[in-house]
Design a protein around this ligand. Structure first.
Ligand code: MSP
Length: 479
């Protein structure tokens, strides 16, 4: 495996990004940075973007008194700029109103049509415009409401075009058996398998007389159902020069959209005779102080506001370390502030400052005086990096962060327990061994920071200096 393709979901543009969206983008970005470090920049392709052809967009444009095109232009910029400001290192940003997407959608739909998997029929069902999908009775809550949006779905009866999803039931079950790691974590796979086993129904893939969206290629009175084209974005972004990354594609998504990515999308690809992505990872959702984030409750957190106050690196590490990637969890400003104070300002920042100040004081900043480059040190460093790599290869992001923070804890402990600043006064020779170990810790932290604290990384490199001398100290994280 020498190339990798990572994707986030494409986000709806009917609102601005909140911290939940940022969580998904930051996680994917962290994985992209990890793989770039391992495989080289040109071997990683990281895609994000926006999902524009949704009914929600039309409503949001109206609410904002904007022409739809103007609204889409403005909002896609808001999303793109937000990710840029948060230092999300995407390689491409796709919009589903772009020509390259519409062309790819037409090609794929033609393939699905040629496979005999698109037909016309009448359909009556309960449709939730929040989810942009028909819901089965078994999917509604006890009051007949959509459990996600707490809204009563509307009854829609239309003559629509259908995709023969039912045809792929066994194909999908075989596939999941053959590739047990296709969908992770395990609990999401169980849900999806149960869903498939409960019987797949064909799905409606067009909307008659819809005013906005991509034209249905086989009947101009219809538009394509938004999910049926949105999923194709992952292929639309691959020009001829990028086609070879597809075989190692990893979709990072939220747990609420696994059925689309692990049932409908694979069935579409089977039908179009295109290889499936390598994996889908569905992360959990987080609550704020134990409560679901919602506009009505007024507890929606803006990632930009937090980043402005604490910095992009703190935002990234703070939210990704709140709970294991794949689980649900909670986020609170209090915990975040505490994390910042103890692990960044008081932890890593303090460590760099103290060690380098001491090296200046006792050795005039000269590393050569005590660096022995012992095999044992090199081994410790390489082994630590190998352990760390393994965690991120398995997408265990929080475990990898914990591993990283433990290096910092160990280093601070060594510094405090040996009281090396005292030792150096009485036994300089003996203190060299401690300083050498401390420098190894700083090197390790710096190396991993390229992934976890990318904005601090160049600063850290300057502080630890070159082979001969340490650099100047600098406050990495203000208290
Ligand atoms: N447009 C679709 C995806 C199409 S992909 C072909 C969509 N968009 S979305 O904007 O509603 O949500 C996108 C993603 O945002 C979710 O899958 C999830 O990753 C993330 N999250 C939204 N709210 C979240 C939380 N409260 N917590 C964690 N992630 C959240 O669905």
């Amino acid at each position: 495996m020498n190339k990798i393709y990572l994707t986030t979901p494409i986000y709806y543009v009917n609102d601005i990004p909140h911290i939940g969206h940022a969580y998904c983008s930051l996680a994917t970005d962290t994985l992209a940075r990890f793989w770039r470090k391992k495989l080289g920049k040109k071997n990683v392709f990281f895609l994000t973007g926006v999902d524009e052809n949704s009914q929600k967009t039309v409503e949001a444009a109206k609410k904002n008194n904007k022409e739809i095109d103007v609204y889409l232009e403005d909002m896609s910029q808001v999303w793109k700029k937000t990710w840029e400001e948060l230092n999300i290192s995407f390689d491409d940003f796709i919009r589903t109103t772009e020509k390259r997407h519409i062309n790819t959608v037409n090609k794929i739909l033609q393939k699905i049509y040629d496979a005999g998997d698109i037909y016309k029929s009448k359909y009556k069902g309960k449709y939730c415009s929040g989810c942009e999908k028909f819901l089965k009775d078994s999917e509604l809550d006890e009051n007949g409401l959509c459990p996600e949006h707490l809204k009563k779905p509307e009854i829609l009866e239309e003559e629509n075009y259908f995709f023969r999803l039912s045809k792929y039931e066994d194909v999908l079950l075989d596939f999941f058996e053959k590739y047990p790691d296709f969908l992770l974590p395990e609990k999401r796979k169980k849900e999806v398998l149960n869903f498939i086993k409960s019987g797949l129904e064909d799905i409606s893939i067009s909307r008659e007389n819809a005013k906005f969206g991509i034209d249905f290629p086989f009947d101009k009175n219809h538009k394509i159902y938004v999910w049926f084209e949105a999923l194709i974005n992952y292929l639309s972004a691959l020009g001829e020069d990028k086609k070879n990354v597809w075989q190692n594609t990893h979709h990072i998504i939220g747990k609420e959209i696994t059925k689309f990515h692990c049932v409908i999308w694979p069935a579409m690809l089977f039908s179009a005779k295109i290889d499936l992505p390598r994996s889908v990872f569905a992360h959990g959702f987080f609550t704020i102080n134990g409560i679901k984030m919602s506009k009505t409750l007024g507890n929606v957190i803006s990632p930009l506001v937090l980043a402005k106050k604490f910095g992009n690196d703190a935002l990234r590490l703070g939210i990704l370390s709140s709970f294991e990637f794949g689980n649900d969890g909670d986020f609170s400003i209090d915990n975040f502030t505490n994390f910042y104070r103890t692990k960044l300002a008081g932890g890593i920042g303090n460590l760099f400052n103290r060690v380098v100040t001491l090296l200046h004081k006792f050795f005039n900043g000269d590393k050569i005086l005590f660096i022995s480059n012992k095999e044992e040190n090199k081994k410790f460093k390489n082994q630590s990096l190998a352990n760390f790599d393994k965690l991120l290869e398995e997408k265990k992001i929080k475990a990898a962060i914990d591993f990283f923070l433990k290096i910092q804890d160990d280093a601070n402990k060594l510094l405090n327990e040996t009281e090396v600043w005292r030792l150096a006064k009485t036994n300089l020779e003996e203190s060299k061994k401690i300083f050498e170990k401390l420098l190894i810790y700083l090197e390790l932290i710096t190396e991993i920071s390229e992934i976890f604290l990318p904005e601090s990384f160049p600063e850290m490199k300057k502080i630890i200096g070159d082979e001969k001398k340490v650099g100047e100290t600098k406050i990495l994280y203000k208290n």
